[in-house]
Ligand binder design. Structure first.
Ligand code: AMP
Ligand code: MG
Length: 282
């Protein structure tokens, strides 16, 4: 069991509930503080210790999920550029058996992908039984970058919120647990992270001049994210708005939500083969 030291004490961790978007509510990102670290009061050293326990527990739960082999877990990560998607994948899943976790990254669509509907490339990458799949970007790009840059007419992208809800409801009804995280950074924090990329020779490879052009559309992205969060947080596929200016806090929140969700599944190791008590190995 996790020894969590969040304010109000968890697990189970109602402190994380504050970041879950209630289905049907209207989201204004200005009301969500990206610097918030209020659910954790134990200090940096305690946070590190807790993060270690969280990843260990995640490792055990992943093995149980695999052993049970009849449920699937889909984790969706979305953020502005530099928001920390790669950092979450690296830190939260550190220690989890790489055989049990798949990362699916969704880039600019290829020509064959563009020749199909937008879910065509997504559906084959959802998790199968016993698997955890992390979407690094996702079908939500088709109502984010696509909306901001008018890559398809509004009459087309406007219908996608309902389509995405129906798609995710299907996955959930068929046995997939879906958890969606928006890693929320401020515009000033993005500036600091972009500057750090430019200045550090070991990070320069990550710098994409196109990110500066995207940054100039910040407000349009905020509007597009608010529409996503307001229209697609469902009981079967909730969004969490994760304060992400502080990386350690971001990782703790995501890790804790995942551990809680997996513990809530009530998973059991499958029964042993009959007669195992009398097995003799010579
Ligand atoms: P990165 O995640 O930094 O490697 O960048 C991937 C890029 O692909 C981002 O600029 C995304 O906005 C872009 N991208 C992902 N999905 C789509 C999509 N459906 N349509 C257009 N661009 C996309
Ligand atoms: Mg990028």
């Amino acid at each position: 069991m996790l020894r969590a030291e969040f304010a109000g004490a968890c697990l189970p961790c109602p402190a994380m509930e504050r970041y879950r978007i209630t289905p049907g509510s209207t989201v204004h990102l200005a009301d969500h503080d990206p610097d918030d670290t209020s659910a954790f009061t134990g200090g940096k050293a305690a946070a590190k210790e807790l993060a270690k326990e969280t990843t260990q527990r995640l490792e055990e739960l992943q093995e149980l999920l695999f052993a049970e082999g009849r449920r699937r877990v889909l984790v969706v990560l979305q953020a502005m550029d530099t928001g920390g998607k790669d950092g979450v994948i690296r830190h939260v899943f550190e220690g989890v058996n790489p055989a049990g976790v798949t990362v699916a990254s969704f880039k600019k669509p290829t020509a064959p992908e563009l020749a199909h509907d937008y879910l065509w490339r997504v559906h084959p990458r959802v998790p199968g039984n016993g698997e955890i799949t992390i979407f690094n970007r996702s079908h939500y790009e088709d109502v984010l970058v696509v909306r901001v840059h008018s890559l398809v007419p509004e009459a087309v992208w406007a219908k996608r919120y309902d389509q995405i809800n129906a798609f995710e409801e299907t996955l959930a009804a068929e046995g997939t647990t879906i958890l969606k995280f928006y890693l929320h950074i401020s515009k000033a924090e993005q500036a600091a992270r972009l500057r750090a990329r430019v200045a550090d020779p070991t990070k320069q490879w990550k710098f994409n001049p196109a990110d500066l052009a995207e940054r100039s559309h910040w407000d349009a992205y905020v509007t597009a994210y608010e529409a996503v969060l307001s229209q697609t947080s469902a009981p079967w596929a909730p969004w969490y708005v994760v304060p992400a200016n502080a990386k350690w806090y971001r990782d703790l929140v995501v890790g804790t939500v995942l551990v809680e969700a997996l513990e809530g599944l009530g998973m059991q190791y499958p029964p042993p083969p009959p007669g195992i008590d009398s097995v003799v190995i010579e």
